[in-house]
Design a protein around this ligand. Structure first.
Ligand code: IMP
Length: 429
């Protein structure tokens, strides 16, 4: 088994949907605590256990391992209604959650008016982002604007009511100014959600303190990223990004531990690339191949059901992700999706409009839109990899493909996933 540090971050290295849920589920076996550090119900982490499929939006993917403590850090925007729906659905399916879920007292609350504003702003925007409609942007705007409401505020009813009323009125005015409706139910919806305050407070914890103590006591922790590096608010394909820092450094600020507490960062990369929502995808496939890959990989959003655009593996992006996240290893997922292809391609550089060739991921969106990938073609292995459990079980051509990914990304491949089931994973080194 690849050795992980006591405190490991798992981070997406593309545009999300890399299969982080599966990798977290596998790594969770060896840890005591799994914590989410950013994002909210925009995430959709799919985990298959036996014949059961679970899509987790807010509760960390480690929850499917009996006895593991699962935390939502201060960097998360917590949609209380959706959170308890997910919580209750897990209990209904026989998962014992007693004492296992904790929510940071410093986490921001995502309330119904954030969802409304997300939808209205997106509908009226000239340049659409293609958000998940879960209210993420408006909730983080309130946080940065120092208008947000945090879990700890639920203990002070008077303060809570005045802050919520102020925020709700502000949203109502903005929605009305944009000529949109949908605000009629806001009072009732917000009251319904805030009625769950006591239930939420019963789960409240200081995540930084809890994790720091656990590490001191020799316990092991996994910090679970949502979305991916190219969707990071600072380092991604801005403005076509989410509203949080998705990259590994945010695992410290988003849980309340110091950066020196982190020992390892595992980057998850799909064996090809996908993107959902608007924004550039330099290695996008032609329409026919795009459709073929989408069907092969079942590439439809776990949260919204939207079809994902597909592309070849982009090492310009993953090399950048290795740098931004300080990766110590990578997990390559969905290798089996490429099993039937006669040829696979890997982008090694971009040709920019003026003809310059660069291996550096550009900051400006215009360059990314017009970047022409420089491809290296490799022969496909045209053989099933689903039953491989050791590196030696893989066809030579599949191993060459992984070797090339490792070389171009400059990071050792530690895991290879060859199917959705828990056992369909190859530990490498
Ligand atoms: P938001 O996070 O809902 O504001 O959406 C902003 C952008 O991030 C959109 O392009 C979404 O499609 C994308 N996005 C957000 N969450 C995920 C995810 O979990 N997987 C993939 N894309 C996501």
């Amino acid at each position: 088994m690849p050795e992980q540090g006591a405190c490991t971050v798992v981070v997406g290295c593309q545009w999300g949907d890399e299969g982080k849920g599966k990798i977290v589920d596998v790594l969770a076996e060896g840890v005591d605590i799994v914590a989410r550090y950013q994002g909210g119900a925009n995430a959709g982490h799919t985990v298959e256990v036996g014949d059961d499929g679970f899509v987790l939006h807010q509760i960390p993917s480690g929850i499917l391992h009996e006895g593991k403590r699962c935390l939502l850090g201060n960097g998360v925007v917590l949609d209380i209604g959706q959170f308890f729906e997910e919580y209750d659905a897990l209990v209904e399916r026989g998962i014992d959650l007693e004492g296992r879920v904790g929510v940071s007292t410093r986490a921001q609350l995502l309330l119904p008016y954030h969802r409304l504003l997300d939808r209205v702003v997106e509908d009226s925007a000239a340049e659409k982002i293609g958000t998940t409609g879960r209210g993420i942007g408006p909730a983080y705007e309130d946080k940065a604007g120092r208008r947000g409401v945090r879990v700890a505020d639920l203990t002070d009813k008077e303060r809570l009511e005045s802050r919520v009323a102020e925020a709700r009125d502000r949203v109502r005015r903005r929605v009305a100014a944009m000529g949109s409706g949908g605000a009629d139910e806001l009072d009732a919806d917000t009251d319904r959600v805030l009625a769950m305050s006591e239930r939420l407070l019963a789960l409240a914890t200081d995540t930084g303190r809890e994790i720091t103590r656990a590490l001191k006591d020799g316990r092991r922790v996994l910090l679970e990223g949502a979305q991916g590096t190219a969707l990071d608010l600072d380092h991604g394909t801005y403005p076509f990004v989410t509203s949080s820092n998705t990259t590994a450094a945010a695992a410290a600020t988003g849980t309340g531990i110091g950066p020196t507490a982190i020992d390892a960062v595992v980057g998850v990369v799909k064996a090809y690339t996908t993107r959902v929502g608007e924004g550039p995808l330099p290695t996008a496939l032609d329409p026919e191949m795009d459709e073929h890959m989408r069907q092969l990989g079942g590439e439809f959003g776990a949260t919204t059901g939207r079809p994902r655009r597909c592309g070849w593996f982009d090492s310009v992006l993953t090399r950048y992700a290795a740098q931004v996240n300080g990766l110590t290893g990578i997990a390559v997922t969905k290798l089996d999706v490429l099993d039937t292809l006669g040829e696979v391609q890997v982008a090694t550089a971009y040709r920019l409009p003026k003809g310059d060739v660069t291996e550096v991921f550009p900051a400006d969106v215009r360059s990314l839109v017009s970047a022409e990938p420089v491809y290296e073609s490799m022969p496909g292995w045209e053989q099933s990899t689903c039953d491989a459990r050791r590196l030696e079980d893989l066809p030579t051509k599949a191993r060459s493909y992984l070797d090339r990914i490792e070389e171009l990304t400059g990071t050792p491949v530690q895991w290879v996933s060859v199917g959705t089931r828990r056992d369909q994973i190859i530990p490498v080194h």
